[in-house]
Design a protein around this ligand. Structure first.
Ligand SMILES: Cc1cc2nc3c(=O)[nH]c(=O)nc-3n(C[C@H](O)[C@H](O)[C@H](O)COP(=O)(O)O)c2cc1C
Length: 224
């Protein structure tokens, strides 16, 4: 697959087929992604991949925690400041409404949005879960490196006909993931991810998110 094709066909998939993904394919995708650059080549990423009974146990326990509030959510590091600029808020609202209206969740329907949100913790039906962690003593340079690694994972998956959904939602339940996958305390969760074959009949997967026009986020200087 041409790299442009992998980038343009990657999207966040939120309904997967139960079709298994062989461990060799998962290992190959992770190895390919590890060709991502990192500052001074420190390669800060640590990936925990699981399927089958381990994946099911994490999903079951986390769905229960999400729905009952016990144990409560526990994010180690805020992903965003509490106040962000209006144009960011507008983009965030737009994707939320687009997603929820596809799912038939009306504005203000808290129960409907909870039902959609809990799908995160079922890995949207994907057979494979991937969690990226890194050494918590590292700083912003390594968060950048892990971001490049995670995008590389998603593009490498495309080359195998697979789809993904990156999921910050898992960071609220890192303790459950940690316990099941024996992740050391000195590692912090960067992001979770669902991996599998997209269910092309699912309405939620028809979502195509927008991007701003080039001149909003790029300035090209020096050309005639
Ligand atoms: C770091 C990160 C965390 C995300 N967390 C979630 C999540 O927890 N649940 C979810 O459904 N989507 C999540 N997404 C997907 C974004 O909503 C999605 O990337 C964005 O709306 C653009 O859509 P696209 O990925 O289909 O191009 C996350 C994306 C990123 C990059």
């Amino acid at each position: 697959m041409h790299v442009d094709q992998a980038i343009l066909t990657r999207r966040s998939v939120r309904a997967f087929l139960p079709k298994p993904v062989p461990s060799e394919t998962v290992a190959r995708i992770i190895e390919t992604a590890a060709r991502a650059p990192s500052g001074t080549n420190i390669q800060p990423w640590k990936v925990y991949a699981c399927t089958g009974a381990v994946r099911d146990a994490i999903a079951e326990e986390t769905c229960r925690a999400f729905l009952t509030g016990e144990p409560p959510r526990d994010n180690e590091l805020d992903a965003y400041p509490s106040e962000i600029a209006e144009h960011f808020k507008a983009r965030r609202r737009k994707v939320g409404w687009d997603l929820y209206s596809l799912m038939g969740v009306a504005k203000g329907d808290r129960e409907g949005s909870r039902r959609q949100h809990v799908r995160n913790f079922e890995f949207f039906g994907a057979p494979v879960a991937l969690f990226t962690f890194m050494d918590r003593r590292l700083q912003y340079g390594s968060w950048l490196d892990c971001g490049m690694f995670i995008q590389s994972l998603m593009l490498a998956a495309r080359a195998h006909g697979l789809d993904t959904c990156p999921q910050a939602a898992w960071r609220d339940f890192h303790r459950i993931v940690r316990r099941h996958l024996e992740v050391p305390d000195d590692e912090i969760m960067v992001c979770g991810m669902s991996l599998g074959f997209a269910d092309d009949t699912a309405k939620v997967n028809t979502l195509r998110t927008e991007r701003e026009p080039l001149d909003v986020y790029a300035k090209l200087t020096g050309w005639e």
